[in-house]
Write a protein that binds this ligand. Sequence first.
Ligand code: GTP
Ligand code: MG
Length: 277
Amino acid sequence: MGGAWFSKPWRTLPEDYQLNLNSVKSYKPHSRSVKHLRILLHGQIGAGKSSFINSVDSLFQGRITSRASTDGADWNSFTQKYTTYKIRKSNKDSYNFVFNDIKGLEELTNAESVMEDIKCVLKGHVRSGYKFDSENQISEDDDFYNAEPTLSDKVHVLAFVIPADKISLISATMQSMMRNIRQAASEDGIPQLIILTKIDECCPKVEKNINHAHQSRYLKEQVTKASELLGISPNCIFVVQNYHTQMAPNESMNALILFALKQMINLGEDYLNSQTD
Ligand SMILES: Nc1nc2c(ncn2[C@@H]2O[C@H](COP(=O)(O)OP(=O)(O)OP(=O)(O)O)[C@@H](O)[C@H]2O)c(=O)[nH]1
Ligand SMILES: [Mg+2]
């Protein structure tokens, strides 16, 4: 891993961080029937889904937060409940986008029922608080089953979360599970993107200075691989490092997180407008 470096970045981030931050802070769905744009994070266990939510929260709170529980042991999915996270703006208010965190995909258990649950989540049939059961999918008489979801309850953008250093290790079974979910989202017109996490773990130079992320040949190759894996175009694939050892947020890490978040909001907003036009 690591490898050669481009003298010029293969992608340039928007220059004005503050301007971008302000546009995300002031974002409101144009659609009057929807207060919060709903972003679903999805991927293999231990990919960094919960950590990404914490990273976004840390960026906005200006300090490291850990509301979404994370875990280093990847033998079992740590997140078991379908949870909605709002990002707090003030004591009384939150920003107009929310994240939904779900159980990670794994091959060993009854993957079929988890996949069916995720498809129900996409359509808005699952209420926050539902505890995933790897043996059975959600039933229509479950208290957490929402029989008549509105546009607000539905997922508006689906983000696949994949560790940048593990793309080549994704098995054919896992790949087909991810493609299956992508197809379900596509059928409903839900836009998708990919977040490649743990970029610090694949490049020592990036670990030392994250500003070099877009000069790494290795990371550029992983973007291509991820694109081939799921058929998502490279301009919808983002590299990030989540806050996990840092004691305070910093602008370099925030810039990558914000770049990805901005695109989630743009794609989700397009979807919302297509549903309400
Ligand atoms: N080095 C590094 N570690 C990370 C990064 N993101 C997450 N981690 C670590 O990876 C482990 C798993 O992260 P989680 O956020 O719990 O992963 P998850 O996708 O929510 O996992 P499940 O809930 O089990 O599906 C934790 O130990 C995190 O600290 C990153 O960008 N860099
Ligand atoms: Mg989790």
